[in-house]
Ligand binder design. Sequence first.
Ligand code: TRP
Length: 439
Amino acid sequence: MTGPSKRDGFSSKFGVIAAAAGSAVGLGNIWRFPYVAGENGGGAFLLVYLLFILSIGLPVMLSELLIGRRAQKNVFGAFRSLAPNKPIFMAVGIMGVGAAFMILSFYAVVAGWTLEYTYLAFGNSLSGMSAIELSEFFKDFSGSTKGPIVWMTVFMILTAGIVIGGVKNGIEKYTKVLMPLLLVIIIILCVKSISLGGAEAGLAFLFNPDFSKVTGSVILEALGQAFFSLSIGMGVIATYGSYIQKKENLLYTAVSVSFADTIIAVLAGVAIFPAVFAFGIDPSSGPGLVFETLPNVFNHMKGGYLFSVAFFILLVIAALTSSVSLLEVVVAYFTEELKLKRKSATLIAAASITCLGVLCVVSDKAFKLFDWTSSNILLPLGGILIAVFVGWILQKTDVKDELEAHGGKAYFVNVLILVLKFVAPLAIGAVFLKGLGLL
Ligand code: TRP
């Protein structure tokens, strides 16, 4: 193996996909997708989102995997060694570490809500509440400080614990079994939700696009959500790519991960929107949407107690496999670039992120600012640089070497390079300017 010695690696093919899917599948699918789709008109948003996953998300994910595996380093080191005299690309690493800090600080807050709801589910405390009571309960809880801060801190301690454990023992083990289980529970929730009276309106909201609702800002939100959900644009996937063995096929990995991620987001939508309409909840009610909606479904289903406990535990785990990947980027930078020990790097990063998390708990403004800026600004900007890098800077022979070696096909390399050179950067740039009202 080239690159630094002693690099941790994934042991099996499924391990790689499980870990990358573990990063991608998380609160982004189950919490963020429904709330952002709900705020942006539903069906048309979904359509634009799917279009971006295919045309931009997939190529950028593949590029990240390729960069990481080629360089065998974290993003900073990767760009430094692959393009030594092009410091502009170091921006991906810098923005990436910044984005990881920002994302993790509100992500941990939402994961903290999930922990609280796991606790409540165990105690069966939400059963018997009406839809209105559940909404009020959520608002009171998320608006308070002590509970959310304690749970957020617990979540950061769990994340740091796994990251200190290292890649193979930490990440791979948990994802392999539990993600498929989460999928099963979501499918059961979909069936239940669709069978509620008044569910049709929810399905129509999600699947009947109303194009009059498509504005520049809706398109930008869809792009941001695609980046956020796939974990791309800041080097997380590149860092994972650096752990992937030479014998694995990167296209296969990218397609499987994007597919799994997208299916789970859409299914989460199918589980949530019928219930949103059945219980008279406002689809654009914001970050609380999932927490206000799903307990109603559990309250109306046989075995709701067990399902709610299992669902929230699995959601915490899905959040953990994502947060671990975010913290891993910062830790990889601290250890490989600043030469800190893994343990101190993790503790320093986790402690500072926890402080930012407190800021997100007490200030709605900070929460929204971090949420919006990271997805809609930092990740797409990183995406442009990543696409341009693989399209224009990296030698075509290197790209071919990474993609063709194990069953990859040459014609697709040519199409990919075309997309990376022109389509992705121009499309991201245009969406960006339009979304910000500059075009
Ligand atoms: N994709 C994860 C989710 O959907 C969140 C996440 C993890 C992420 N790592 C990331 C987002 C890196 C952007 C970049 O929950």
